[in-house]
Design a protein around this ligand. Structure first.
Ligand code: AMP
Length: 289
């Protein structure tokens, strides 16, 4: 695996690769890799001839009270995991290279980022879309892969690509879970054993709502309430939101007649957890018959 730290060198490398006819896949990450990240890399490997993964703990997507300083890092282990895929190029810039003094341009998706996590993490999605726009300009990928685990992030990136005519295909990949249902996340490493047990209520809550949908419930508030009731059984969990929104626009809906997303954010101790599921009324109705 080749490691590139300089954005200018990465651009030159990508341009040369494109001229040779390579098809480039990009998997952006903040490192501390797990099977969720690796599933994106394996799919990128399958769909492209040159697989680039970036490792950059992006300071602009962290709020002042958030965990930028303590975000888990293990570069050596990450490199071994990437080599096992194998990833061809690791792009690992430092913050000064990505945000030189005087940088003042932001990319912001204005509406879709208002509610859900946007409400609890002001500025977060502006940091995400800005760094993803920069990574796309630097790595020049034909496709870029993102996990549905970060559902609002995925929607914001898709919206940005549409709105700004980025010449890249965004590939969405399903959430990879531990065998007991916990969505994999680098931040799970923060969880003490008791907090991890509490965290399992998120996937249980999603399952409860899916069951209610299968029984015919179409009221978004009732579905959210069903999930909420499951979360409320855990005293160690501080729920930020439980909401059902349109699966593409993230707009509020009156009824689940088209694909909707049930999204949850909650804290177990100091660890912020998110999870979601797409509720597909058509498919559920068909499977009932
Ligand atoms: P991160 O390193 O947390 O910024 O994540 C990098 C990419 O991996 C993002 O596109 C995430 O959505 C994706 N990702 C994180 N966790 C998972 C998971 N459990 N399953 C699938 N994709 C994931």
């Amino acid at each position: 695996m080749k490691t590139i730290e300089s954005p200018a060198e990465m651009q030159r490398f990508a341009e040369t690769a494109r001229l040779k006819g390579e098809r480039i896949a990009l998997v952006p990450t903040m490192g501390y890799l797990h099977e969720g990240h690796l599933s994106l890399m394996h799919e990128g490997r399958r769909r492209a001839t040159l697989l680039v993964s970036s490792l950059f703990v992006n300071p602009t997507q962290f709020g002042p009270q958030e965990d930028l300083q303590t975000y888990p890092r293990d570069m050596e282990r990450d490199c071994r995991q990437m080599e096992s895929v194998p990833v061809d190029v690791l792009f690992a810039p430092d913050a000064a290279a990505m945000y030189p003094a005087g940088a003042q341009t932001w990319v912001e998706v204005t509406e879709l980022t208002q509610g859900l996590c946007g409400q609890f993490r002001p500025g977060h999605f502006r940091g995400v879309t800005t760094v993803v726009a920069k990574l796309i300009n630097i790595v020049k990928p034909h496709i870029a892969l993102f996990g549905a685990k970060d559902y609002q992030q995925l929607c914001a990136v898709q919206q940005m690509v549409r709105d700004l005519n980025f010449d890249v295909e965004i590939v969405a990949m399903p959430t990879v879970r531990e065998s007991d249902g916990l969505a994999m996340s680098s931040r799970n490493s923060y969880l003490a054993p008791a907090e991890r047990a509490v965290a399992l209520s998120l996937s249980r809550a999603l399952e409860a709502a899916r069951t209610a949908l299968a029984r015919g419930e179409r009221d978004p508030h009732a579905l959210a309430q069903t999930a909420r009731a499951e979360l409320d059984r855990e005293s160690g969990l501080a729920v930020e939101y439980v909401e059902v929104r349109d699966a593409t626009t993230l707009a509020h809906i009156r009824s689940v007649d088209a694909p909707a997303v049930l999204a949850i954010a909650a804290r177990a101790g100091r660890t912020r957890l998110i999870d979601n599921t797409v509720l597909e009324p058509g498919i559920e109705t068909r499977s009932e018959k």
